[in-house]
Design a protein around this ligand. Sequence first.
Ligand code: NAD
Length: 245
Amino acid sequence: MVNELIALLEKSDNIVFFGGAGVSTESGIPDFRSAAGLYQMGNRIPPETILSHQFFYRHTKEFYDFYFEHMIYPDVLPNDTHILLAKLEQLGKLKAVVTQNIDGLHQRAGSKVVFEMHGTVNRYNCIECGRQYDLDFALSSAQKGKGIPRCHCKGVLKPDVVLYGEALDQAVIEQSAKAIAEAEVLIVAGSSLVVYPAAGFINYYRGDKLVLINAEATSYDKHANLHFECRLKEVVAPVLKHFSK
Ligand code: NAD
């Protein structure tokens, strides 16, 4: 079946990738919903509550304690999936990566067109004056992740991440929907496809070459033209080898 995927990718110059947290588990960042995911770690307050707009403003210190411990992985590296997607873009085959991830690993692998539906942990904005900072600044300002990061004006910094209860960025929505609607091949991978509205974006796809790769079943499996229920590396390693020749 991997050969079918390689043939599909060989023929197309209009591939779009839609991914989720499962794309980065092989880099060492836990996802939310699988057995080793963040939701199984027995936190006193559910992660959806902590990572919400309301909680950020009402309990900023607790928000950042959780955020720096569980959402920030400064030492991780892109894995084969990130590298393959950057390679396919370089070859003129892949038009865009649409990701629910906030870890910035696609860009670190070299991908240029990346639509981050849920924002990024790499940018922070002052809630008072709007000045923008990077992750290194936020970490050092928060005493290496033990406090609240603050602007030079003393205002609290907020990560440029879409928290629960917040709307997605309009420009990112439009660009993602357009890329998916115009794609010839859509690869959906590493997502439980239960987080809305992001998951609903794959409904914009109009083609007949939907590839779905996920370690466990999803409600979209029946719509896939090529379906792999396995870890990404099992599919990606031979594909990457093929396109690296
Ligand atoms: P999810 O945790 O709901 O689902 C991840 C899916 O990936 C699961 O179905 C799991 O079986 C699958 N998976 C895990 N490892 C895999 C692998 N190696 N190969 C194939 N499949 C694998 O994640 P989601 O659907 O992206 O939704 C969760 C939300 O959490 C997203 O909005 C995302 O922003 C956020 N999140 C992001 C990161 C990150 O940036 N790396 C990490 C955790 C959560």
